[in-house]
Design a protein around this ligand. Structure first.
Ligand code: DUC
Ligand code: ZN
Ligand code: ZN
Length: 470
């Protein structure tokens, strides 16, 4: 009997987080249906000679169309954000649904689903952000939403209007533990930062570089330690997101040695940028304003070590795009005069994977299996999408990125698809690029061409990733 498929990918090298092997891939009804030699019968045959057949990237930390207040507008909506992600080799992203203070989580989800409905080019699944942990939110809504497949949430320890106080963090962690939700924590000490911002302002220091100086390593390390301690108090697993430096990494490693369940995440900006980038001519340093800020060369080395040795399981973009030359973006009227008002965040969803591949795999820092783990598989496992997503296995969604490992590209903003008017990586030369992307079996990117359709991406319900203790 000959097996017939919708699509066969032939002659490629399949890579998962643990294996590398030559195999054809047979796809039927959007799923991987066969991994074998010499598959022949299909409506479409894709020749992947010389290419790597990788699980589509999963970026579990992306901000899209979030309301920022003060007339600031994010540069990406769900159309441009997911298109840009697709061109960067991703097939799933996990954006945030931000609770507006005074509203319920259900209302916030309704608002974000309305923004995303019919707009997405790849699959998405929302994390919740809890800014107002009322008894109703923690006691009623969160447990119900976790059962509905919203199995992760983020809390902030910084930003006056977003931060939770320690008692609120404890209550949120405790509710999350009982519900089976995974908590992501933004770790920076708000009081220390506010104090330092005030000191810079008193001295008339308003340039973008003072953003980095007002958010020192100690503020991140202390908050990381506190988040880990609070999680330990109520025995709740957490993810420390966007870690920028060795001291915060050491806190994660120490907590693990005590038996805590903690995952670590870092991002491209902590591998390639430093605080010196914020000291660019005129106001251009604003292009690199993000939090935590990029640090120094030694911190970059530390973050690479963390990607190699397992301190970090997750490599995400923290794509948080604002236009630079725009009064609704970095150069808003107040932002031009004072770093305090420059919106925090940089674009990166399209460049995350090429940067990790080129700087990591091609420069010999990590192997290709670790690349797959850091860019896709671990995100699926951590956030309840595995094995539907994040691997190349029979029964998994046929979300596939075909990589040309030797294709050289100079990153320029003109060649990217996001809504920002700059990339922090302008002029960076990378080797290795996704040349074709399949979402549930359909080719959506074919070289420079987009062949998918807006609305082709769906919202994914996710499983719980740990069992709550009794
Ligand atoms: N935290 C993020 O996760 N992204 C952008 C800004 C921030 O503070
Ligand atoms: Zn954050
Ligand atoms: Zn973020």
């Amino acid at each position: 009997m000959t097996l017939r498929f919708d699509t066969i990918i032939k002659n490629g090298t399949v890579v998962t987080d643990v294996d590398t092997f030559k195999s054809d891939v047979g796809i039927r009804d959007g799923k991987i249906a066969a991994l074998a030699d010499d598959l022949t019968e299909a409506d479409e045959i894709i020749d992947a000679s010389g290419l790597l057949v990788l699980p589509g990237g999963i970026d579990s930390h992306v901000h899209i169309a979030q309301a920022s207040g003060d007339g600031i507008v994010m540069a990406d909506d769900f159309d441009s954000g997911t298109l840009s992600a697709a061109f960067g080799g991703n097939t799933t992203i996990l954006p945030f649904c931000m609770q507006e203070k005074g509203t319920t989580l259900r209302q916030s989800l309704k608002d974000y689903h309305a923004k995303a409905e019919g707009e997405c080019h790849i699959d998405v699944s929302f994390h919740l952000v809890i800014t107002d942990p009322t008894a109703y939110v923690l006691g009623q809504e969160l447990p119900a939403l976790v059962e509905d497949g919203y199995t992760s949430l983020k809390v902030f320890m910084t930003y006056e209007n977003l931060r939770l106080f320690d008692d609120q963090i404890l209550a949120t962690l405790d509710s999350a533990r009982r519900s089976g939700a995974l908590v992501m924590v933004h770790c920076e000490n708000e009081d220390a930062i506010r104090y330092l911002i005030g000191r810079h302002e008193e001295k008339g220091e308003f340039a973008p570089k003072f953003h980095a100086l007002s958010r020192p390593v100690a503020a991140e390390r202390e908050a990381t330690h506190r988040a880990l301690s609070l999680a330990e108090v109520v025995d709740t697993p957490i993810v420390i997101v966007h870690v920028s430096n060795r001291q915060a990494m050491e806190e994660i490693e120490r907590a693990r040695r005590r038996g805590s369940k903690v995952a670590g995440e870092t991002c491209p900006q902590y591998l390639l940028l430093t605080a010196d980038d914020l000291d660019a001519t005129e106001l251009e340093g604003a292009k690199f304003v993000c939090s935590p800020p990029p640090r120094d060369r030694e911190s970059q080395i530390a973050c690479w070590e963390g990607l190699q040795n397992g301190t970090f399981e997750l490599f995400s973009s923290d794509h948080c795009p604002f236009r630079y030359d725009d009064d609704q973006g970095k150069m808003n009227e107040k932002g031009k005069r004072n770093f305090r008002w420059i919106p925090n965040g940089i674009p990166g969803v399209e460049t995350r994977l090429p940067i990790l591949f080129s700087e990591g795999v091609n420069k010999g820092r990590i192997d290709i299996n670790r690349f797959v783990a850091l860019s896709s598989t671990n995100h699926a496992k951590q956030y309840g999408l595995y094995p539907q997503k994040g691997t190349i296995a029979i029964g998994s969604d046929a979300d596939i990125a075909l990589w040309d490992p030797s294709r050289s590209v100079t990153i320029t903003n003109d060649s990217l698809h996001h809504g920002a008017d700059y990339t922090p990586y302008e002029g960076l030369e990378v080797e290795g690029w996704p040349v074709r992307v399949l979402l549930r079996g359909r080719t959506i990117i074919d070289g420079p061409a987009y062949t998918g359709h807006k609305g082709g991406g769906i919202h994914l319900k996710r499983e719980k990733t740990f069992r709550p203790a009794p």
